[in-house]
Design a protein around this ligand. Structure first.
Ligand SMILES: Cc1cc2nc3c(=O)[nH]c(=O)nc-3n(C[C@H](O)[C@H](O)[C@H](O)COP(=O)(O)O)c2cc1C
Length: 368
């Protein structure tokens, strides 16, 4: 009897059963066109195809907790019940194909109101006259080429956990199995914990405890909203990529280890380890380039860790699990072209065909 590679073995997250350890990470589709944050048929076919393609967990794209929290005017939202309702049929479709479905909730802070990353658009802030909006952030420090944000008042900061909690409750009502809090890629929560974007001198700035206060408040509010049995994930940027440069005061892997220990103690069920995004940085990419960050965090936390970043080679994805560097593997861009990446990986890793996560109607498929 051959053993099934761990990539294809089930995994459990606070009672949520995943059929395998392959995750579709959140990827903005910029297709809520003229719909005020409402998802469309595009999203239905996009997520449905990847569920039929065998993913264990699909995490829906960054969906905003309030209109000003959208990355772009075409981004999805979770700030109204109508938006939750529009997600419902997509979640049902994904479930019908055997995948679990989570949703990433976001406030983009100073990186909100930008043009969508679609052909024909350049990076930059959407002018107010063209449907953009004023942005807010911990401090009035602009991300290069984007508009300068207003510094958030204490009242505005204290509204953020409330909005995350409301969006999380809507996500549960829409049928999602997991909520992921977006604390990565230079968006609002990351802007608070990185000294590169947080210059506050009140109790949300300065010390590590102050800079990480908001993410803790968000986690607590979300947990309260979703109840004790529901899985909550946090995606964070493990580093701003200046760990080796003592002249730059930035967020580091050591900071992330500390934060993730605190988050695990607070009841976060899954840490998804990405990097960068708060400021231009000397990022070195390549196959598995963020895995060392996941491994460093995994060594020190008791909860599962997901790795991400150029893990589209099935052998590498399996190796990361075999070496104990992560518990789950995100496959993003490779799955944009290859909706059935898990099936392809099962083939590449020589799984018996009867163990492939293939939809019944596709069982006669071949790559020849
Ligand atoms: C089109 C696109 C949209 C993305 N949108 C999001 C997003 O909504 N939230 C997020 O955390 N990361 C987002 N990302 C980053 C991916 O989730 C992933 O971390 C990144 O692409 C690296 O993984 P990969 O090499 O497997 O693609 C996006 C990436 C792409 C290519």
């Amino acid at each position: 009897m051959t053993t099934i590679p761990s990539l294809f073995q089930p995994f459990s997250l606070r009672g949520l059963q995943l059929r395998n350890r392959i995750v579709l990470p959140p990827m903005c589709q910029y297709q809520a066109i003229g719909r005020d944050g409402m998802v469309t048929d595009w999203h239905l076919q996009h997520y449905g195809a990847r569920a039929a393609g065998g993913f264990g967990l699909i995490v829906a794209e960054a969906s905003a907790i309030c209109p000003e929290g959208r990355i772009s005017p075409l981004c999805a939202g979770m700030w109204t019940d109508e938006q939750a309702q529009a997600w419902r049929r997509i979640v049902d479709c994904v479930h019908s194909q055997g995948s679990a479905m989570g949703i990433q909730l976001i406030h983009a802070g100073r990186k909100a109101s930008t043009f969508p990353m679609l052909p024909g658009f350049s990076p930059g802030s959407v002018p107010i006259a063209d449907g953009g909006w004023e942005t807010s952030a911990p401090s009035p420090v602009a991300f290069p080429k984007l508009r300068t944000p207003c510094a958030m008042t204490r009242e505005e900061i204290q509204q953020i956990p409330v909005l995350f909690a409301q969006a999380a409750a809507r996500s549960v009502a829409a049928g999602f199995d997991l909520v992921q809090i977006h604390a990565a890629h230079g968006y609002l929560l990351h802007q608070f914990f990185s000294p590169l974007s947080n210059q506050r001198d009140d109790d949300y700035g300065g010390s590590f405890a102050n800079r990480t206060r908001l993410v803790h408040e968000v986690v607590d509010a979300v947990r309260e909203a979703v109840g004790p049995d529901y899985p909550v994930s946090v995606r964070l940027s493990a580093t701003d990529w200046f760990d080796d440069d003592s002249s730059v005061d930035a967020w580091s892997v050591a900071d992330s280890v500390q934060l993730c220990q605190d988050l695990a103690a607070r009841g976060v069920d899954l840490i998804d380890v990405s990097s960068g995004g708060v400021a231009p940085a000397p990022i070195v990419t390549g196959p598995g380039y963020q895995v060392p960050f996941a491994a460093a965090i995994k060594k020190h936390v008791s909860v599962p860790v997901a790795a991400v970043g150029q893990l589209g080679d099935p052998a590498l994805a399996q190796q990361v699990l075999d070496e104990g560097k992560a518990d789950l593997i995100n496959v993003g861009r490779a799955a944009l072209f290859d909706a059935a990446w898990p099936v392809r990986a099962a083939h590449a890793l020589s799984l018996d065909r009867s163990d492939w996560p293939v939809a019944p109607s596709y069982h006669r498929g071949e790559w020849r």
